[in-house]
Design a protein around this ligand. Structure first.
Ligand code: ADP
Ligand code: ASP
Ligand code: MG
Length: 437
C-alpha cells in the first residue's frame, strides 16, 4: 500500500480538498496523511502564545475567528445536510477542546493539544467528504499509533506494532486517512513531530507498514536545486539519493521535514515529491541509487549560533575536544558544524535553550565568543568533496562573502559554510549563479 501525504496548501481550501479527492480515488488502495489546512497551525500557535502570555481574552477572540472560518468551510464543503451537521460536530469538538485549554491556562500539554486540532479537523472533514462521495474510507486516529519516546525521538517499533492493530481494528477500506504531525509522547500526552512534521509522519508510516512508495504532495513540482523563496530561476531535480536528500532536508530545504528521509532509507522505500497543482509532472524521486556525480543543490538553515572556544592549553594537548563535546552532551545540545585550529575550536548549534549554561561551563576551558543569527549554507551532491578543483570552484563562487566557518570533507555529500543570516540570500544567489549553472 502506498502512503501519500498532502501538505497544508494541498488541503487549504474547499476546491483543493476536492482536487485531492479526485487525485487519490483511482481505485488503488492507499493510506493518506493530511496536514492542517494552510494557515491553521500558525493561527493555533498564535492562540497558544496569547495563552502563554496570560492574555486569555485575545486567545478567545482568535479562537472565535478561526472557528467562524471553519464553519463557513463546513457549509461550503458538503452537499448533504447530514454531512454539514457531522462537519459541525467535528468543528465544535475541536474548538471546545481549545476553549477548555484556554480556561485551564497555559501549560506545555495545553499548547500541544491546541496545535493538534488543525490536523484533527482537516482529516475528519476530508473523511466526511470522501464518504459523501461514496468512497470506502476509514479515518485512522494518529494518536492511537504515532509515538515518540522520552528523548522525543520517533519510536518506530511502537508505531509498527500500534498501526497494525489500528488497521486491523478499522477493517477493510479502499482509502485510509490519518493525521500528520501529531503523536503521543512517552507519558501518553498529545505531542507533535515539530513544525512541518507531516512529512515525517508519512515516512514513519511508510517504514512501519513497509510501503511500496511514500509520496509527498505539495505546492511545487519537486525538489529544486536552490531555495525558490530566495532565488529566482531555481530548477527541479529529477532524482536524488537518500543521502543527498537527507543532507538537504536537515540543512533547511523546507520542502521536507529534516528527518523525513531516514525511515524511508532504513526500509529502502522510494520517496516521490509531487505537485498537487500539477499532478502529471514526474516530480522528484528519492531512492538509494546514486543520482550521478556533481553538485545537486544548496540549502540554508537559519537560527544558528556559533561558539568559539580559545584555549592556550589546547596547543599540543589531548582531551580538550573531549571536554568541550562533553559539555554539549551533558546539556543534550546537538552540534552541527565544527572547525578547529591549534588553539581554538568553533562549533555551531541551533538549539539555544541551554546556551547560558553551556557558556558558563565552556568558560572554564578558555575564552568564549558567541555569534548569533548565523546560517549554514549546505552544498550537496555526490563525491563533490573528492572532485579535483571543487573547493576552488566553491570559493570562487563565494567571492566577496564573509564566511565565518567551513566544513569540508566530513561527508562525501556535503560542504557547508557558515555566514551571517543577513548574507544568506546573497550567498544562495551567488551559488545559483556561479555553481549550479
Ligand atoms: P507543505 O505545506 O506542502 O508541507 P511546505 O511549505 O512545507 O509545503 O514546503 C514546500 C515549500 O518549500 C515550497 O513552496 C518552497 O517554497 C519551499 N522550498 C524551500 N526549499 C525548497 C527546495 N529546495 N525545493 C523546493 N521547494 C523548496
Ligand atoms: N500543520 C503542521 C505545520 O504547519 C505540520 C505540517 O504541515 O507538516 O507545521
Ligand atoms: Mg511542509
Amino acid at each position: 500500500m502506498k502512503v501519500l501525504k498532502f501538505g497544508g496548501t494541498s488541503v487549504g481550501s474547499i476546491e483543493n480538498m476536492n482536487a485531492v479527492m479526485d487525485l487519490i480515488t483511482n481505485g488503488e488502495k492507499k493510506l493518506v496523511v493530511l496536514s492542517a489546512m494552510s494557515g491553521t497551525t500558525n493561527a493555533l500557535v498564535e492562540i497558544a502564545d496569547y495563552l502563554d502570555k496570560k492574555n486569555k481574552d485575545v486567545a478567545r477572540t482568535q479562537t472565535h475567528k478561526l472557528e467562524k472560518k471553519y464553519k463557513e468551510i463546513v457549509s461550503g464543503l458538503f452537499k448533504d445536510q447530514d454531512r454539514i451537521k457531522e462537519g459541525g460536530k467535528v468543528i465544535k469538538k475541536s474548538f471546545d477542546a481549545i476553549r477548555a485549554c484556554i480556561s485551564k491556562g497555559y501549560s506545555d500539554a495545553a499548547e500541544k493539544e491546541i496545535l493538534a486540532q488543525g490536523e484533527l479537523i482537516s482529516t475528519a472533514l476530508f473523511t466526511q467528504l470522501m464518504l459523501e462521495n461514496g468512497y470506502n474510507t476509514k479515518l485512522l486516529p494518529a494518536l492511537d499509533f504515532m509515538r515518540i519516546d522520552s528523548e522525543k525521538a520517533a519510536d518506530l517499533r511502537a508505531i509498527r506494532e500500534n498501526i497494525q492493530e489500528v488497521l486491523d481494528k478499522a477493517g477493510d477500506a479502499d482509502y485510509y486517512i490519518t493525521q500528520g504531525f501529531i503523536c503521543r509522547n512517552a507519558d501518553g500526552e498529545i505531542d507533535n513531530l515539530q513544525r512541518g512534521g507531516s512529512d515525517y509522519t508519512a515516512s514513519l508510516i511508510g517504514a512501519a507498514i513497509k510501503s511500496k512508495e511514500v509520496q509527498i504532495w505539495t505546492d511545487i513540482d519537486g525538489f529544486h536545486n536552490n531555495d525558490p523563496r530566495f532565488v529566482e530561476n531555481t530548477k527541479k531535480i529529477e532524482q536524488l539519493s537518500f543521502n543527498e536528500a537527507a543532507e538537504l532536508a536537515y540543512f533547511g530545504a523546507k520542502i521536507l521535514h529534516p528527518q523525513t528521509v531516514l525511515p524511508a532509507k532504513l526500509e529502502n522505500i522510494p520517496v516521490r515529491l509531487k505537485n498537487t497543482m500539477n499532478p502529471t509532472d514526474s516530480g522528484t524521486l528519492i531512492t538509494a541509487d546514486s543520482s550521478g556525480e556533481g553538485i545537486k543543490a544548496v540549502a540554508a538553515k537559519d537560527g544558528i549560533t556559533a561558539i568559539k572556544i580559545r584555549s592556550y592549553r589546547m596547543l599540543m594537548a589531548y582531551g580538550f575536544l573531549k571536554s568541550i563535546f562533553e559539555v554539549f552532551e551533558s546539556f543534550k545540545t546537538p552540534i552541527d558544524m565544527i572547525s578547529t585550529s591549534e588553539v581554538a575550536v568553533s562549533i555551531t548549534i541551533d538549539n539555544t535553550k541551554r546556551l547560558d549554561l553551556i557558556l558558563k561551563e565552556l568558560k572554564q576551558f578558555g575564552e568564549v565568543e558567541v555569534d548569533q543569527d548565523q546560517s549554514i549554507i549546505c552544498i550537496v551532491g555526490d563525491i563533490i568533496a573528492e572532485e579535483k578543483g571543487f573547493a576552488a570552484k566553491v570559493f570562487n563562487a563565494l567571492e566577496g562573502i564573509p564566511i565565518r566557518m567551513i566544513s569540508y570533507g566530513g561527508s562525501r555529500y556535503n560542504i557547508s559554510v557558515l555566514v551571517p543570516t543577513i548574507q544568506k540570500q546573497r550567498t544562495l544567489q551567488a551559488l545559483s549563479k556561479n555553481l549550479l549553472k
